[in-house]
Design a protein around this ligand. Structure first.
Ligand code: ADP
Ligand code: MG
Length: 251
């Protein structure tokens, strides 16, 4: 099995704090790899280093065998690195369909011009419609984003990220703020993508992690404590200790 992501000895310092402390991590092609750890462990920092929003102090990041450590965030997107859009980047006064159309268009390189062929426009909207039909938002295509529930907005973020056709999708807490039913829907949506897109999934909801992850890495104080299957993680005393002072909550 090849790997889509290889992180080697990655470091990020904020003043005297080492937020990412020589992290090495591999995501195999097709894998859903969860990254868990207590608050402040450095999960979001690592995601931001991977997508290029934060510059690393040292170490290397390879995407599909290519070193992207020094590429801009935009170049990383073009090389196949996707991350969920933040809710704040959704266009509230536009419909779901328009938002997805814009994401498809962005991937294909900018603005459609007035003289662009009708067929090209039709292809764009056909793709947007197909992506919406495959999501949980099929009945909401013509709804303004402002009128969506929080859970629907999180789904829309994911649909828009997928419109970029990423090879690896970085997800920072996609279940945050979702109710039980909405979480279940998001889990179903992510599960349906298994094998089509590799994922690095940061998530606190352990039900979601155990339902989705092929492998799990545990980050504590900026260091990878261990990587393993759900069973290995669940039964590891160091993981329990790191999370709960030994209490049994990881189930
Ligand atoms: P997590 O996502 O696991 O909760 P973060 O990556 O947000 O953790 O934070 C890791 C550590 O780095 C924390 O101690 C946090 O306070 C610190 N940190 C994160 N971003 C910054 C920043 N921009 N400046 C200074 N310290 C930061
Ligand atoms: Mg975080």
């Amino acid at each position: 099995m090849t790997s889509i992501l290889n992180v080697e000895n990655l470091v990020k310092r904020f003043g005297g704090l080492i937020a990412t402390d020589h992290v090495s991590l591999e995501v195999k092609t097709g894998e859903i790899h969860a990254l868990i750890g207590p608050n402040g462990a450095g999960k979001s920092t690592l995601i931001n280093q991977l997508c290029g929003e934060l510059t690393s102090d040292s170490g290397h990041i390879q995407l599909g065998g290519r070193d992207i450590s020094h590429d801009s965030p935009e170049d990383r997107v073009h090389l196949g690195l996707g991350r969920t859009f933040q809710i704040t980047s959704l266009l509230e006064d536009f419909t779901v369909r328009q938002n997805v159309g814009i994401a498809v268009q962005a991937r294909d390189g900018g603005n459609l011009r007035i003289w662009d062929r009708v067929t090209k426009r039709r292809a764009l909207w056909d793709e947007a419609d197909a992506r919406i039909a495959d999501s949980g938002l099929a009945s909401r295509a013509d709804t303004l984003v402002a009128d969506l529930s929080h859970g629907e907005k999180k789904q829309l973020e994911l649909v828009m990220a997928l419109a970029g056709k990423p090879r690896l999708l970085l997800l920072d807490e996609p279940m945050a703020g979702l109710g039980h039913a909405e979480s279940q829907e998001m889990i179903g949506l992510l599960d349906s993508l298994r094998g089509h897109v590799s994922m690095l999934l940061v998530e606190h909801d352990m039900d979601a992690v155990f339902a989705l992850a092929d492998r799990i890495s545990v980050l504590v104080y900026g260091q990878i404590l261990m990587t393993g299957t759900a069973d290995q993680i669940r039964n590891d005393p160091r993981v329990r200790e790191a999370y709960l002072g030994g209490e049994d909550e990881l189930c």
